[in-house]
Design a protein around this ligand. Structure first.
Ligand SMILES: C[S@@+](CC[C@H](N)C(=O)[O-])C[C@H]1O[C@@H](n2cnc3c(N)ncnc32)[C@H](O)[C@@H]1O
Length: 146
């Protein structure tokens, strides 16, 4: 099941207010939710331009006006995570997350992860994902401090 399917399984019925944190440059689940009648907003420094998106870090938003926060593969970028989760908990009573335990990734898993990035760059050299290089630098810095 993809992230959109997972989110749809757990959302209350529309018209709930849903904030997608870290929707990415492709726009995340926002279009699918909007089409179903949700009030959906994606927040990400790399968000697409246009209605339904804010180019910002979620920490810059006012908390408390959402029914649900969703975040797919984002929280491993948030540091310190405890503060980030406290802040997200103040945004909405329901938080739907797809994440991995970055503190449990061993060398073999990190090698695999970085090899996937290298393969992706070979396959699609003309369209690197926005922010990918910076994300990898942050990732390596965070790994070095564990
Ligand atoms: C691995 S990408 C995942 C994008 C998308 N959710 C997906 O699954 O394809 C992580 C995204 O989180 C965003 N991000 C990282 N920290 C963030 C923050 N504090 N607030 C909002 N977005 C953030 C990054 O800009 C990036 O687009």
């Amino acid at each position: 099941m993809d992230f959109t399917g997972f989110v749809l399984q757990h959302l209350p019925p529309p018209p709930a207010r849903v904030l997608e944190v870290g929707c990415g440059s492709a726009g995340g689940v926002v279009p699918a939710l909007a089409a179903l009648g949700y009030e959906a907003l994606g927040v990400d420094p790399d968000a697409p331009e246009g209605d339904g998106y804010v180019r910002a870090r979620f920490e810059e938003l006012e908390p408390g006006r959402w029914d649900v926060v969703v975040a797919g593969r984002v929280l491993h970028h948030v540091w310190p995570i405890a503060e980030g989760l406290d802040r997200l908990a103040a945004f909405a009573p329901l938080l739907l997350v797809d994440e991995f335990a970055s503190d449990r990734i061993d060398e073999a898993a990190q090698d695999w992860y970085e090899a996937q990035h290298r393969l992706w760059q070979v396959a699609r050299p003309a369209t690197p994902p926005a922010g990918a290089a910076a994300a990898r630098r942050r990732w390596r810095r965070a790994r070095a401090s564990w």
